[in-house]
Design a protein around this ligand. Structure first.
Ligand code: AMP
Ligand code: TRP
Length: 340
């Protein structure tokens, strides 16, 4: 029996942080042995907000290198760059023409990002979730491991596939597109900011101290954790709505030390912040050390990374082209005479 298909991606904007790793990439690593996995660097999404053309290619490569450094094995998983598989943009156009505008206008992430862009909101920013739907649907993905912030976009992808493509252009027996199943999120799906336990850790936070990037050197990690927001209460605990910082940092400690929430709860129940912070800093540095080590090896071998991405592009294109053709046929396009 074919292994279930998984697709996910991260934007090559800024550096990846603990939220990207714990909420997304770490889960990808667990899935690659049991599933047929496709992981893309979504560079077309990265230009939905103003970007620096001098930086895009370098950020795309370094994001791909970080996937590998985090443990994605290109022998098992298909790693590729979104813009290098033209079917993504092509399917997005077809989906655009059947997606109601008001479905996009109510996307929370659009509303949040649009506020930050002022008068400069691009059509692309509004359309972002349709491109994401194309990414997912092209691969007939069964599962899409992402952090909680992407849940609304996943539901949109399901609605487009089911209500706008399959029910209009397919039949019950032969659906055009596979409807991805919602994926149950594991712990780590929502890592919060170091400076505000009620806001998510994000690449776009102007305060560098709010996040720990996967490539931050040990001294910087220690400094950021030392400055992280705390409260005057003694002892760390989960689930106290008055203490979002305690919940977040204790959660990070559990994930990064590989212990259960019960274990760290009892270990840190009586511990003051002054003892906890150095412990968390050391644990974080140790958890990131192997990733940083592998990252420097991978980035030193430019042609090795190029080969991985070229092979990934070929495998991804083969799947994506077939799906695109299926949709084109269902929607009634005239196919070129040479196509079969
Ligand atoms: P982005 O940084 O928006 O490109 O997100 C890439 C992936 O990381 C997505 O799957 C997000 O859901 C996930 N992610 C981003 N920020 C966080 C966070 N603070 N906590 C958990 N997951 C996150
Ligand atoms: N929108 C996602 C994010 O910012 C990135 C993304 C684009 C994605 N296409 C995707 C994630 C397809 C999963 C599947 O996190």
């Amino acid at each position: 029996m074919a292994r279930p298909r998984v697709l996910s991606g991260v934007q090559p904007t800024g550096s990846l942080h603990l939220g990207n790793w714990l909420g997304a990439i770490r889960n990808w690593v667990d899935l690659q042995r049991s599933h047929d996995t496709f992981f893309c660097v979504v560079d077309l999404h990265a230009i939905t907000v103003p970007h620096d053309p001098k930086q895009l290619a370098a950020d795309t490569r370094s994001t791909a290198a970080l996937y590998l450094a985090c443990g994605i094995d290109p022998e098992q998983a298909t790693v590729f760059v979104q813009s290098q598989v033209p079917a993504h943009a092509e399917l997005a156009w077809l989906l655009n023409c059947v997606t109601p505008l008001n479905w996009l206008e109510r996307m929370i992430q659009f509303k949040e990002k649009a506020v930050k862009q002022g008068d400069n909101v691009s059509v692309g920013l509004l359309d972002y979730p349709v491109l994401m739907a194309a990414d997912i649907l092209l691969y007939d993905a069964d599962q899409v491991p992402v952090g909680e912030d992407q849940k609304q976009h996943l539901e949109l992808a399901r609605d487009i596939a089911q209500q706008r493509i399959n029910s209009r252009f397919g039949s019950e027996e032969t659906p055009v597109l596979k409807v991805p199943k919602p994926m149950i999120m594991k712990e780590g799906a929502r890592v919060m900011s170091l400076t505000d336990g009620s806001a998510k850790m994000s690449k776009s936070d102007p305060n560098e101290g709010a996040r720990i990037n996967l490539l931050d050197p040990p001294e910087l990690i220690t400094k950021k954790i030392k400055r992280a927001k705390t409260d005057p209460v003694m002892g760390l605990e989960f689930g106290n709505p008055e203490r979002p910082e305690a919940d977040n940092l204790l959660g990070l400690y559990a994930l990064l030390s590989g212990q259960s929430r019960e274990q760290v709860s009892s270990e840190c129940a009586e511990m003051g912040w002054g003892r906890f912070k150095p412990l968390l800093a050391e644990t974080t540095v140790e958890a990131l050390r192997p990733i940083q080590q592998r990252y420097s090896e991978i980035s030193a071998d430019r042609s090795g990374l190029d080969q991985v991405l070229a092979a990934g592009r070929e495998r991804a294109s083969a799947v994506a082209e077939q799906t695109l053709q299926r949709v084109q046929e269902a929607m009634g396009f005239a196919r070129p005479a040479t196509a079969n």
